[in-house]
Design a protein around this ligand. Structure first.
Ligand SMILES: CC(=O)SCCNC(=O)CCNC(=O)[C@H](O)C(C)(C)COP(=O)(O)OP(=O)(O)OC[C@H]1O[C@@H](n2cnc3c(N)ncnc32)[C@H](O)[C@@H]1OP(=O)(O)O
Ligand SMILES: CC(C)C(=O)C(=O)O
Length: 523
């Protein structure tokens, strides 16, 4: 851990305070998986749990302590021998370990919860830190509910904890009550009034009950704190803790003002966020800063136009910095012509201005009805007649029959009508009836593709339920998606395939006369 004055220690408590989010409990394997990801992310301290909470938590802390090398591994403990002994049991074989003891200091906790007078709090804190120091070199003391504690008393407790051997003194805003200005005042007060404060690192631990956890943490750092306790995705008790990714990216993006650094490899933020979300089952809201699905997505036309001219008009961070693949311009009802034109070009369409105007009009009508506009929707607007005329559908399904069953080779016979006139038919065998149909269509059209994804879903109920077939294929000219609805799943599969073939035909031009196909008489 660097000792330089501008280095902030990142103390991750996803596995302890984060796990206190209702429903987020993790088993040993899951804790190990997250701990390894936190190590790869580059955090300095991992609080792996509360050893006295349960035998399972003790074992998980032990496993993390022994198997995850690099960061300091911490266990939380109340100021009592049992909790500290449990922490020692968990961490005695860990190469880098910390015991984190805590005791509440605020009047409301003293009077109602602990029923202890001020002098008892001081004695219990000193005893706890000293007992922990008999085993652990590295002891942190937290004055729980610091933000609602009388400043003079808080300073006294902190001073005595440092004298007793605490190397880190944590000043938690346990219930998220502080404001940036008051929290900064508290930290400044301690810096000024606690004798021996320079022997310890001041730590901040902020909860998000008023949505101020990150702002308060930053204010604390600006006032002199050099450790931030935080969690991935901001998970934690009640409204959560300060979000690690937000704190770290604020330091990085506003280094001009905050002037501190961390050891976090920011490009690991997004993958770590995804992992924690999967393991805990706690979804990340779409508009969550840094790691939400919308964090680098732009829908409004004016913003999209800005992004197309210069990314920094609407982005203060690069998505790659936090492990996102790229920014996205999402097409929707607020999008403008610039973004639509850009997408059309990306999809391979060379349309003139009047054609773009027409697509734009149709696009706005569609966007009023449909929340998400996919590339396939844009392609459908262009392909299905409105822009390039009915004749742009190169192939239409005329007839289809299949045979399949146990012990027989699945076969299909497909007849298609070509846009330029003529009815063509082919038969083919395949691994199943759908595969046979696809091979027959390939033979008729001369368009050969690699199927990447095939999905069928029921879109209604009952015996006449419609099946929606969606497919994704790879062709030398690109990746295409097709979709079709039918009560007959083989027919739906054929139509989805033709949807794709027609998109490809639009790009590569109409079928050549020389292509080998069997023309049939019109019935
Ligand atoms: C702000 C925070 O996030 S603090 C961490 C909170 N996390 C947790 O509580 C999760 C793990 N906790 C647990 O599994 C259980 O609460 C245990 C095993 C630790 C304790 O369980 P129990 O012994 O049944 O006690 P219970 O939780 O009901 O009550 C807490 C007891 O600890 C005492 N206590 C609370 N904080 C402290 C402290 N920092 N130091 C010493 N004693 C404390 C309370 O006064 C109460 O004592 P009592 O039993 O003599 O009345
Ligand atoms: C134990 C301390 C650090 C805590 O979690 C809090 O006060 O919120």
């Amino acid at each position: 851990m660097s000792e330089s004055a501008d280095r902030v220690v990142i103390f991750d408590t996803t596995l302890r305070d984060g796990e206190q989010s209702p429903g987020a409990s993790m088993n040993l394997e899951q804790k190990l998986q997250v701990a390894r990801a936190l190590r790869d992310l580059g955090v300095d301290v991992i609080e792996a749990g509360f050893a006295a909470a349960s035998p399972g938590d003790l074992e998980a802390i032990r496993a993390v302590g022994q198997q995850v090398e690099g960061p300091v591994i911490a266990s939380l403990a109340r100021c009592n021998k049992g909790d500290i002994d449990a922490s020692w049991q968990a961490l005695k074989d860990a190469p880098r370990r910390r015991c984190h003891v805590f005791l509440a200091t605020s009047p409301i906790h003293r009077d109602f919860k602990l029923k202890m007078a001020k002098d008892e709090i001081i004695k219990r804190s000193i005893d706890g830190v000293k007992y922990a120091r008999e085993r652990f070199e590295d002891v942190e003391f937290s004055a729980e509910d610091s933000a609602r504690t009388e400043l003079e008393f808080l300073a006294e407790v902190v001073e005595r904890a440092i004298e007793a051997g605490a190397r880190t003194v944590n000043i938690p805003d346990t219930v998220g009550y502080a404001l940036p200005v008051t929290y900064a005042e508290t930290i400044r007060y301690l810096v000024k009034h606690v004798r021996g404060i320079d022997k310890a690192i001041i730590s901040v631990h902020c909860h998000n009950d008023l949505g101020l956890a990150v702002a308060n943490s930053l204010a604390g750092v600006m006032a002199g704190a050099r450790q931030v306790e935080c969690t991935i995705n901001g998970i934690g008790e009640r409204a959560g803790n300060a979000s690690l990714e937000e704190v770290v990216m604020a330091f990085r993006t506003r280094h001009d003002v905050l002037a501190v650094k961390t050891g976090v490899k920011t490009e690991r933020l997004y993958p770590t966020s995804r992992l924690v979300s999967q393991v805990t089952g706690l979804h990340v809201q779409r508009n969550k800063a840094i790691v939400g699905q919308n964090a680098f997505a732009h829908e409004a036309g004016i913003h999209q136009h800005g992004m197309l001219t210069h990314r920094e008009t609407y982005e203060i961070m690069r998505p790659e910095e936090v492990g996102f693949a790229h920014s996205s311009l999402v097409l929707g009802k607020h999008s403008g012509r610039h973004a639509l034109k850009d997408r059309l070009v990306a999809l391979g369409y060379q349309l003139d201005e009047s054609q773009i105007d027409k697509v734009f009009q149709d696009f706005k009508i569609l966007a009023d009805k449909k929340k998400d506009i996919y590339d396939a929707d844009i392609e459908a607007l262009v392909v299905h007649g409105q822009i390039l005329g009915k004749g742009s559908v190169a192939w239409e399904l005329e007839a289809l029959s299949t045979t399949s069953g146990t012990g027989t080779l699945p076969c299909a016979s497909v007849a298609l009508r070509a846009a330029g006139g003529g009815r063509f038919q082919e038969v083919a065998a395949g691994d199943g009836p759908v595969d046979a149909v696809y091979r027959a269509i390939e033979k008729v059209t001369g368009v050969s593709v690699k199927l990447r994804d095939y999905q069928i879903a029921s879109v209604s109920t009952g015996e006449d339920a419609q099946g929606e077939v969606t497919i994704e294929v790879e062709h030398p000219t690109g990746v295409y998606r097709g979709r079709a609805l039918s009560t007959d799943i083989i027919e739906g599969s054929a139509r989805a395939f033709l949807d794709v073939v027609n998109r490809i035909a639009l790009k590569i031009g109409p079928p050549r006369e020389s292509e080998a196909r069997t023309e049939m008489g019109t019935p």
